[in-house]
Design a protein around this ligand. Structure first.
Ligand SMILES: Cc1ncc(C[n+]2csc(CCOP(=O)(O)OP(=O)(O)O)c2C)c(N)n1
Ligand SMILES: [Mg+2]
Length: 336
């Protein structure tokens, strides 16, 4: 668990550096080796405590801030990095980017659409049940998604059919610039479970071991065929909503608090207190750093996709004259 958390943090710190390359001074979002938006999950690492209970055949769906969850689920780090860098050998041939990682080797997917991981997780759980397998599905969402129809309808369907799903809310107090209390009167997101007659547990502080322990019962309940659960974990957003977010809306003390409450440092202290020596901790950190550097180096070396393949594997009308990129596409039903 510690290695996954350290890998995720170092990975994101390195992505941050790569992302900023070439984007200054006017912040050109399309410039540099990582074009487009980038949402980092630094401060969310305690959530990996849930994933530690999972097997390869279990399904995980992540949100738009997916890296720590993907790493813990065992997504291929090299191909994930190539995807983020928009390269041909990426998980989605460089077309999905960092919010749309898909690795069927370990049953992992994520989406940039809020709460949209919930319905596919319910589908995976239904498939597991119909196949009489004991695999489970876990859907991660942010606290900003707890009023979304996709989430609420998924809870209902999972409860009615007693499906092996665990819904996990990562509560970082913010949805972009919107504080939680301005959009919902529910203080404890796990209370949403009551409306669906399923267990709901909230881990109030950002602690990976506490998350691990809270998730154990929920995953076990799903695996034994006893139905879904809801878990909320308090995490902290150490960075802006996306890279380039100046966070003018956020009080300084909230940013400082997020940086002070570091679940990785806390776990390291716990490991030391439990007798793990410094040499072992350093070895874990070095292994994680090397893995990250190898993945980034490999990804940057990969070819860019051939523009001729732009219309392959996507749901869209074909261009009016095949093979002519840059031609205006016709989209049925309007000009949006
Ligand atoms: C259905 C939908 N509505 C709006 C958006 C725009 N959007 C992107 S991230 C975000 C806020 C998400 O907040 P939260 O769920 O708390 O996740 P966090 O970013 O805090 O991790 C919104 C509204 C979207 N991607 N999908
Ligand atoms: Mg949030």
């Amino acid at each position: 668990m510690f290695e996954n958390m350290v890998t995720a943090r170092h990975y994101e710190e390195r992505l941050q550096e790569e992302y900023l390359e070439g984007k200054q001074p006017a912040f050109d979002i399309s410039a540099g080796p990582i074009p487009g938006e980038l949402h980092l999950a630094a401060g969310h690492e305690a959530s990996v405590g849930v994933v530690q209970h999972l097997r390869r055949d279990d399904t995980v769906t992540g949100p738009h801030r997916p890296h720590h969850i993907a790493i813990a689920k065992g997504v291929d780090l090299k191909r994930m990095t190539a995807e983020i860098f928009g390269r041909e050998t990426g998980l989605c041939r460089g077309k999905g980017g960092h919010m749309h990682l898909f690795d069927d080797a370990v049953n992992f997917a994520c989406s940039g659409i809020i709460a949209q991981g919930c319905p596919p997780a319910v589908g995976a759980a239904l498939a597991a049940k119909k196949r009489n397998s004991d695999s489970v599905a876990v859907a991660f969402i942010g606290e900003g998604a707890i009023d979304q129809g996709g989430f609420l309808e998924s809870l209902n369907l999972a409860a009615v059919h007693e499906l092996p799903v665990v819904f996990v809310i990562e509560d970082n107090d913010w949805a972009i610039s919107m504080p939680k209390e301005r959009v919902t009167d529910v203080k404890n997101g796990a209370d949403r479970a009551k409306g669906f007659d399923m267990p709901g547990v909230r881990v109030d502080y950002d602690d990976a071991v506490a998350v691990y322990e809270a998730a154990e019962g929920a995953v076990e309940r799903a695996r034994q065929g006893n139905g879904p659960s809801l878990l909320e974990v308090q995490v902290h957003r150490r960075m802006g909503h996306f890279m380039g977010d100046a966070e003018a809306y956020r009080p300084d003390e909230d940013i400082e608090r997020a940086k002070r409450l570091d679940a990785i440092e806390r776990l390291e202290d716990d490991l030391r207190a439990a007798g793990v020596d410094t040499g072992h901790i350093t070895e874990i950190r070095e292994r994680a750093h090397k893995r990250v550097e190898d993945a980034i180096e490999w990804a940057k070396d990969q070819p860019e996709p051939d523009p001729e393949t732009a219309f392959e594997d996507v749901f869209t009308n074909p261009p009016p004259t095949s093979g002519t990129l840059g031609t205006q596409m016709t989209v049925e039903g309007g000009d949006d």
